[in-house]
Design a protein around this ligand. Sequence first.
Ligand SMILES: CSC[C@H]1O[C@@H](n2cnc3c(O)ncnc32)[C@H](O)[C@@H]1O
Ligand SMILES: [Zn+2]
Length: 441
Amino acid sequence: MIVSGQHADLLIFNGTVLTMNLDNEKIENGAVAVSGDKIAAIGKADFFSTWKIYRAVDAKGGIIMPGLVNTHTHAAMTCFRGMADDMPLMTWLHEYIFPAEACMDESRVFSGSLLACAEMILSGTTCFCDMYLFEDGTASAACMAGMRAVVGEVLYDFPSPNYGNLENGFIYTQELINKWKDNDLITIAVEPHSPYLCSPKLLQRASEMAQKYSLPLVIHVSETENEAAQIRQKYGSSPVEHLAELGVLAPNLLACHCVALSDNDISLLKQYDIKVSHNPESNMKLASGIAPVPKLIDAGICVGLGTDGCSSNNNLDLLSEMDMTAKLHKVNTLDPAIMNARTVLRMATIEGARALGMDSITGSLEPGKHADIIIVDTSSPHMTPMYNPESHLVYSARAGDIITTIINGNVVMENRQILTFDVEKAMADVNAFARTLNAVS
Ligand SMILES: CSC[C@H]1O[C@@H](n2cnc3c(O)ncnc32)[C@H](O)[C@@H]1O
Ligand SMILES: [Zn+2]
């Protein structure tokens, strides 16, 4: 008998459901029902036996879980993947990346971002937080790909290849806010680059704009000891203290990197409920240092996981980022128990969503939340046997194990095929741009 009201547009069945809810509930032989863009119900497969189902997706005994949340990207930097490796942040940025970015335009940002969306969708990411130039291109790419994204134009005190002088940067940000305000997938953020590239006035104005529209404020903070020393020399305070003195610290602030932190900085981050994006692979590749993440978590600070741009990583794969996170902090502290698989998995899902102010809509599988769901194949040799799905996701899984990605109730990838856009074209467009850069270098 079909009970009235018990119907779903989509049922994902025959898998182990990892909800990542408050109790980390796990349901063997479970299923998730989706109605429209939301999760309607979660339960054992037989719970749905009487439901009217429009479309069923077989998880084939794999893991059904929330999509991953990447809290720090520069999506269009796929265009510069592998272009400048093996050097410190400031050399990489000033001698290689900034000159290459002078050739960027909106259409190249669009193509690079679309390529990034392909890589993220294929590695299980359903939501990302981006900072870059020509960000209308990134918002349009995310929208076309069907990805959830927080997007903001980078603001700094020198002329931008996009908007020229800073005044136009604020105008551009306002236009982004107006254009995307009613979009289901795109959230605009206000994004000053860092305390070292932004004046106190810029930082305060950006913070006021974010407060006015209740938007996230995203910034690089304390990425290196060098930056911390530079800010101390200029202002007599650490980067975090500097932001506190300017009145910029507030719960909507996402501080990316947070590598060089004092105990006082950590107290301030906690006091103001600041969210942190931890980006260990980028920090390792640029030899920036190791963020004191176990201390941050112990202090009760929300920490999400980010890849950073894929010129400093060089990929957008959160599965490898999770593996690296767990291992980096073990070797750094010589304590194998310092950060377990569950903690890292929560950073890449529900804590990431919380860092973006989106934990009421994504980051865990719970009825009423938006249906951002992935299916992980567990039938390969490298996933066999499986005692603990959380362990496998952090230490064994690879991007190729993600077989289905669903965002906002839409199946955007099935059997490793992206359904929302032409990936070959995105790759061809980025390759064509890369050839022009090769020609001038
Ligand atoms: C981030 S968009 C604005 C600007 O920042 C550059 N950038 C990329 N990655 C980093 C990083 O890790 N720290 C600082 N700045 C970065 C990017 O290339 C753009 O020019
Ligand atoms: Zn960054």
